[in-house]
Ligand binder design. Structure first.
Ligand code: ATP
Ligand code: MG
Length: 655
């Protein structure tokens, strides 16, 4: 049987009440029925869910209005609520001593717990400080913070007074920060003196100072102390967090917000071009985040939820902050990196905090797999129930490693497909209900009416065993409402390409069992002699070779075949990279797994690949290098390590 036909059943342990809490969805049939209701009767389905999962200061009167045709989606009309009340107050009142945040600091011995009642006081004080500095409902505040509890406090303090936050990942350069602050016309910036990551200091305040040289909209900077380092403070503009907050009351009434009032802006990763300032609104977004934590991670009270993303990405927004806290969960905030002080850090963290849900990216899984199994062995990982991945298609090889070495075959693996713009998962398995296939995102989440379209005609491809572009037929609660300040771009990017549909920009297959496989960006599809090949497919074939740690393939122009395949390959440590036999073996591997037409024409053995700061491969840079267009690489400000570009240019030139 081909690998893609094998289904891995729900682990028996998850369905055994003696071992695990009863999953909310326990069978494929139950999933099907709930999904059917969510599509056929969304008003009832989501109306009920919004009443159950969220607290409203004024009930909504209409569940939904508008949609994808006109780009005017609205949910829960006339309802009022406050995101910080939903994430903090109601849990602080019911369970004041419950731990809201486990802060796992860069140095493993510096963890700290923050209870819901402490969180409420901190959020109120910062909210008071923001107000005292003139921030009001509708203003935008930039957050440029390391992974410390004050980052979460900043999100919630903005939400409490109705200010939008625009979080910028604290690994971005001053220029990237400046562009985002200018684009969103931020009035205030929250930052820290420094950050700590993997034992190194990050000069957050210095970077903010540099960026703000050309950001006239910013009047105030609030600086939190992380390391106590001496940093320059600009008179009249910069204020210390501690001093600002200590003057404020520990309770401040939350601002009642309308369902459709904006909650935040967030810029996309920029894998495919200029980042977009995606805007999410209050009720629909919060519901999407909470519903997916409940159903996709099968969250139960008492669970310890650990998402390893940075709060600077949508994954951190939905699955460190808003989703878990809306449900009153304990969420883990991890300041360090998976290899500090050793590559056992994740596994130590899981054992130490008895983590039940663990969520990371394929890039991290591949990196840890590359370093060897010895690091994951010997840790008590028995608390785990659900393991998630997000960000890119996961190669079956990495999936198996995650399932066997981390999950020990007794956890559900959820390969969650979604985007900054979707707010929460849209295609994903559910732990107790969906048998999985390594590399498949499987089935649409509730409310997601998925379609696979013919890329040329835009016609919907019905039935199974079809490949095309992935689209959604109806607006769902957490879909982004606009691109900040540029509704035209929103319409052009998502709604106009295939009128009536939300266009994801990703290619997908629905296989003969009806499962969805994400094939990667539509722009990345390679066409060799009329065969349409996905990068994910070829990369997965290459990584099956035991010497390969990671790879990126792209299409290059070819006189004979239209396009041909070039593969960039990183080897596992200790594998000699001078062997011409190895390149031949790799080509054979692809011929064998996919077919002769997919054989790479060129293989480059390289040390490193161009990735975004969130760990995604930027194939467009490789395409430009191969095409000899190094001088028009486009926006590379989101590249994690710009120096790889030069190395790759030389490599290709000398190949
Ligand atoms: P930009 O839109 O600026 O190019 P980006 O698309 O990388 O940036 P994100 O919103 O962070 O920014 O990423 C969403 C994309 O990540 C999806 O469109 C998809 O290509 C990829 N992705 C996310 N999760 C998965 C997954 N589980 N399987 C396959 N691909 C995934
Ligand atoms: Mg995108």
């Amino acid at each position: 049987m081909a690998e893609e036909d094998i289904k891995y059943p729900v682990p028996a342990r998850l369905l055994d009440p003696a071992q695990c809490p009863e999953p909310y969805v326990k069978s494929y049939e139950q999933y099907k029925e709930m999904h059917r209701q969510s599509i056929q009767n969304p008003d009832e389905f989501f109306g009920k869910m919004a009443t159950e999962l969220l607290s409203w200061s004024k009930p909504f009167h209409t569940v939904r209005h508008g949609g994808l045709d006109h780009g005017d989606t609205a949910w829960f009309l006339d309802g009022q609520l406050n995101a910080s009340y939903n994430c903090v107050d109601r849990h602080a009142f019911a369970n004041p001593d419950k731990i809201a945040i486990i802060y796992e600091a860069d140095e493993p011995n510096q963890s700290e717990n923050i209870t819901y009642s402490e969180l409420l006081r901190k959020v109120c004080q910062l909210a008071g400080a923001l107000r005292a500095r003139g921030i009001k409902k509708g203003d935008t505040v930039a957050i440029y913070m390391p992974m410390i509890p004050e980052a979460v406090v900043s999100f919630l303090a903005c939400a409490r007074i109705g200010a939008l936050h625009s979080v910028v990942f604290a690994g971005f350069s001053a220029e990237a920060l400046r562009d985002r602050v200018q684009d969103a016309q931020c009035r205030l910036v929250i930052t820290s003196d420094q950050g700590k990551r993997g034992g190194k200091s990050i000069e957050t305040k210095k970077i903010v100072d540099e960026a703000l040289k050309t950001c006239p909209s910013v009047e105030t900077v609030i600086v939190c102390q992380r390391t106590g380092a001496e940093v320059p403070m600009k008179e009249g503009r910069d204020f210390w967090w501690g001093e600002e907050c200590s003057k404020r009351m520990t309770y401040l009434t939350p601002e009642p917000m309308h369902s459709e009032d904006p909650l935040f802006l967030l810029y996309t990763s920029g894998s495919t071009g200029q980042p977009k300032g995606v805007m999410h609104t209050t009720a629909g977004y919060l519901l999407g985040a909470a519903a997916t934590v409940k159903y996709v991670f099968d969250y139960h009270p008492g669970d310890i939820f650990a998402c390893m993303a940075d709060v600077g990405w949508i994954t951190g927004h939905s699955y460190i902050v808003y989703g878990p806290l809306t449900l009153g969960a304990t969420t883990v905030l991890f300041e360090s990196i998976p290899t500090y002080p050793t590559p056992a850090r994740y596994w130590e963290l899981i054992a130490k905090h008895k983590v039940t849900q663990f969520y990371t990216a394929p890039t991290a899984i591949r990196a840890l797999r590359r370093l060897g199994d010895q690091w994951v062995e010997g840790h008590d990982l028995s608390s785990l129930r659900v393991l998630g991945t997000v960000g890119e298609p996961i190669n079956p090889e990495a999936w198996h490693w995650y399932n066997d070495k981390v999950g020990k075959g007794r956890c559900a693996i959820v390969d969650t497909y979604w985007q900054t713009e979707t707010g929460s998962h849209i295609v994903t398995p559910l732990p107790g209900a969906i048998a999985t296939k390594p590399g498949a995102a499987t089935v649409p989440f509730f409310g997601i009416d998925i379609a696979i379209l013919d890329p040329v005609t835009g016609k919907e491809l019905e039935g199974n065993d079809v490949t095309g572009v992935l689209a959604v037929k109806k607006a769902w609660p957490s879909v982004a409402r606009t691109v900040y300040g540029n509704h035209h771009r929103y319409l052009e990017t998502y709604l106009k390409p295939y009128p009536g549909y939300y266009f994801t920009g990703d290619g997908a297959t629905r296989d003969k069992d009806g499962y969805i496989w994400i094939r990667g960006r539509v722009d990345d599809v390679i066409n060799v002699s009329g065969h349409r090949l996905s990068t994910a497919e070829i990369e997965s074939a290459l990584i099956m070779h035991q010497a390969v740690a990671e790879t990126a393939v792209i299409g290059a122009a070819d006189d004979v075949t239209g396009q041909c395949i070039h593969a960039f390959v990183c080897l596992k440590p200790g594998v000699s990279n001078h062997s011409t036999d190895l390149s031949r073996e790799l080509v054979l591997q692809v011929r064998k797994v996919i077919g002769p037409f997919a054989a790479p024409k060129k293989i480059y053995l390289v040390e490193d690949l161009p990735k975004t700061r969130s760990g995604k491969l930027m194939r467009r840079i490789l395409r430009k290098i191969i095409a000899g267009e190094e001088d028009s690489l486009g926006d590379i400000s989101t590249l994690a390590d710009p120096s790889v570009v030069e190395v790759l240019i030389n490599k290709v030139a000398n190949a």
